[in-house]
Design a protein around this ligand. Structure first.
Ligand code: SF4
Length: 233
């Protein structure tokens, strides 16, 4: 990004942050909503899946096995059936087993608490080396559980960032993890609240099929509103 453009984007990002946090509420980053291991495995289950189905898949899996070691040793077909409420269960089941096997073998226990003492880059590299773990899952675990300065980009954060012009329209979600970090303050509390409020905004107002632009509190900052919505009315 050019230097002048970057400063403008930083101002826009913080203006959006202030408005969205007022609209959707500011939340504490701590305590984490889940333990790191539960966050990691539930986030794998959440990929391309609703929150309700993610929870049902996890609850069925945990009710049957009751420990990470038992899930590691589970029959893959049985595990696939149990997590079937989650989409792509047939690929997630072997990924979960392999991820647990790797963690237990490498760390000597079913724990990733050591990430507390790594920096964000080391943590991302390690987590993304696990089967089934991409940059979004790794970033969620590092921000939500270890307060690292990373920016998880889910489909809502991606869409809101594209439409408002924080990132180019054609930028992938993977690249947006890095681009948004360049324009947001490297403060975990702000990154967390930016993520959560963009997610809420994408679910409630800036929806995929029909964004409710007239109701939007950040429309004066939005490229889509100026270039697409206004010319149509
Ligand atoms: S003005 Fe419309 S497109 Fe822009 S952020 Fe708001 S809802 Fe989304």
């Amino acid at each position: 990004m050019a230097a002048i453009g970057l400063e403008t984007l930083k101002q826009k990002a913080i203006a959006m942050y202030d408005i969205l946090v007022k609209a959707y509420g500011e939340r504490p980053l701590k305590p984490p909503r889940r333990t790191p291991m539960v966050e990691l495995i539930m986030t794998i289950l959440s990929q391309r899946t609703t929150a309700a189905n993610e929870k049902q898949a996890f609850d069925q899996m945990w009710a049957r096995y009751g420990s990470w070691e038992a899930i590691r040793d589970a029959d893959v077909n049985e595990l696939t059936s149990l997590i079937a409420p989650s989409n792509y269960a047939e690929s997630k089941a072997p990924h979960i087993k392999a991820t647990l096997a790797r963690i237990i073998e490498e760390r000597g226990e079913a724990s990733i608490d050591f990430l507390e003492d790594t920096n964000a880059e080391e943590g991302l590299i390690w987590l993304m080396s696990l089967p089934g773990v991409g940059i979004k899952t790794a970033s969620l675990v590092l921000l939500f559980n270890f307060s690292k300065s990373v920016m998880p980009v889910d489909t809502h954060v991606h869409r809101v960032s594209q439409r408002t012009g924080l990132i180019p329209l054609k930028m992938t979600a993977e690249k947006a993890h890095v681009a948004l970090l360049e324009i947001l303050p490297a403060e975990p509390h702000i990154l967390f609240n930016f993520h959560v409020s963009c997610l809420r905004h994408g679910q409630q107002i800036c929806t995929f099929a029909a964004p409710k632009c007239p109701k939007c509190p950040i429309k004066h900052l939005c490229d889509y509103y100026r270039r697409v919505y206004i010319p149509k009315i």
